[in-house]
Design a protein around this ligand. Structure first.
Ligand SMILES: Cc1cc2nc3c(=O)[nH]c(=O)nc-3n(C[C@H](O)[C@H](O)[C@H](O)COP(=O)(O)OP(=O)(O)OC[C@H]3O[C@@H](n4cnc5c(N)ncnc54)[C@H](O)[C@@H]3O)c2cc1C
Length: 475
């Protein structure tokens, strides 16, 4: 007899495991199947985010930032550290320990919440049946009232520079280097390319980023992106825009990346290459074509606003469906779907999803940017405030960057907040909450902020919308 569950989740990344936990909180009997294998062959829950994405990259960003600060900034504080040394092996061990702790934390959460966690492959069959194939063992047929597909995404490979796992690697490979490359090429100047480029730059690599788009960080507000580009340039990141990589050639001197821009053909020789040109939804071999789940023209599982697929009682969440490929977006979808299955009212507020880039300075935003408002013909007003005038940022010796507030000129409602500067990823939380509550700029202006904190810069930017900033000249 086949095992029966109320809910089977396929994929235990931040979308899937969160959905599974919430489903059991509703009293639904739930299984969560995950096929992840680490490089050493061990199994782990947590998906890309925990094992090869968000968490290991942030661990290395933190370590490399400390190293960089010790090398460059400590002397400003009057702190001498003698001759600085780098133990990359220890840095990698620390990263692995954090990943291991968090991954076993999910197993503990599964146990505490009575989620049946299973390692192996899940495959959706017609009529809400699931074939579960353990890593070692025979396939087993299971049945579920509802199935949630949360199979995530995988890196896009470039035919001009195919992965070889050694010299040309994906983002996971770039988190596992056992030596700092002397010259590192990064193809793709998006979020992942910038974060990984920053890690290795701070540890001493000469980093060249080749970005096909003409505009730097085109997903961000142009003013914020320009400021970030200025800071990265100062840090020695060589960012080449409009650069379309044509070929990667192996030579004794290294990998020669040949690319074209509007001036013609160029090449740059590097020791290692990270290809970070995006990710594609992972739908290979996770469902029978007769299961009735439609895939759209870009390869994503087609879903409605509530993450229902075209098959009855089959849902899909996270990177495998439309929307930004962000862990917290997937988690929110997982929560929503579990709540809907339990008969509750739930929704995801898609326009209010924060985006964070963990470079130094960090970049973060929520809502619409100035270019989007212009294009939509919205009557808006702008306020900005530079961290250079923030006492706390000065004390931290991290006063580069700014906060930008955008609000509706007629209703005063906050439309977007954009930050490049220290701890921008933490600061944006307040703006997300304000927008979730549909706050006006005046609400923000009249909210008391602690002194001296970085949040005062966000407050001042809100004041500046109406030319009421106190610690800046209002123009
Ligand atoms: C280097 C890097 C840094 C990142 N940093 C951030 C960040 O700072 N913040 C952020 O929000 N996002 C970040 N992301 C993106 C984030 O990792 C993804 O948005 C997130 O992991 C998506 O979650 P998910 O649950 O949809 O998919 P995943 O995390 O990819 O999990 C899917 C899981 O499903 C499993 N699976 C697939 N097929 C099957 C099957 N048939 N049967 C069983 N299991 C299956 C996979 O093995 C995997 O474990 C980063 C990504 C990378 C690569």
């Amino acid at each position: 007899m086949s095992r029966k569950f109320d809910v089977i989740v396929i994929g235990a990344g931040p979308a899937g495991y969160v959905a599974a936990i919430r489903a059991t909180q509703h009293g639904l009997e739930t299984a969560c199947i995950d096929s992840w294998k680490n490089l050493d062959g061990s199994t782990a829950f947590g998906g890309t985010c925990l094992n090869a994405g968000c968490i290991p990259s942030k661990a290395l960003l933190e370590s490399s930032e400390l190293y960089h600060r010790a090398a460059i900034e400590f002397s400003n504080h009057g702190i001498g550290v003698g001759e600085l040394s780098l133990d990359l092996h220890q840095m990698q061990l620390r990263k692995a320990k954090i990943v291991g702790q968090l991954s076993s934390g999910i197993e503990a959460l599964f146990q505490a919440n009575k989620v049946t966690g299973l390692f192996g492959r899940g495959r959706l069959l017609p009529d809400n049946k699931v074939e579960y194939t353990p890593h070692e063992g025979e396939p087993e047929l299971m049945e579920a009232g509802h199935v949630i597909l949360a199979t995530g995404s995988v890196p896009v490979e470039l035919s001009a520079a195919p992965f070889d796992g050694e010299h040309i690697v994906d983002s996971w490979g770039a988190l596992e280097f056992d030596a700092v490359p002397k010259r590192l090429g990064v193809i793709g100047g998006g979020v992942i390319g910038l974060e990984l480029g920053s890690v290795w730059r701070r540890l001493g690599a000469e980093v060249t980023i080749l970005e096909a788009m003409d505009r730097f960080l085109s997903v961000a507000d142009a003013q914020i992106a320009k400021e970030a580009q200025r800071q990265f340039k100062k840090q020695g990141l060589d960012i080449r825009l409009g650069a379309m990589v044509r070929e990667a050639e192996y030579s004794d001197a290294g990998v020669i990346l040949k690319y074209d821009d509007e001036q013609g053909g160029h090449e740059v020789t590097v020791d290692r290459v990270v290809v970070a040109v995006g990710r594609r939804p992972q739908t290979d071999n996770c469902m029978d074509p007769l299961a009735g789940v439609d895939i759209d023209e870009r390869g994503f599982i087609r879903v409605d606003d509530e993450c229902r697929t075209t098959a009855s009682n089959v849902w899909a969440v996270g990177d495998v469906v439309r929307g930004p490929m962000l862990a917290h977006k997937g988690s929110e979808e997982g929560l929503m779907v579990a709540d809907l299955i339990a008969g509750e009212v739930a929704e995801v507020n898609y326009p209010v999803i924060p985006c964070v880039i963990y470079t130094a300075p960090e970049i973060a935003w929520v809502g619409r940017n100035e270019e989007e408002l212009k294009a939509a013909g919205v009557n808006y007003k702008v306020g900005t405030f530079n961290f250079a005038a923030s006492g706390r940022a000065k004390a931290m010796d991290q006063d580069a960057g700014m906060v930008k507030f955008l609000a509706d000129k007629d209703t005063d409602r906050i439309l977007g907040v954009h930050i490049v500067g220290p701890l921008a990823g933490e600061l944006i939380g307040e703006a997300v909450l304000a927008m979730e509550f549909q706050a006006s700029t005046e609400d923000f202006q009249r909210t008391i902020h602690g002194h001296p904190t970085l949040t005062e810069a966000v407050h001042e930017a809100a004041l500046s919308v109406d030319r009421r900033a106190i610690h800046a000249i209002n123009r």
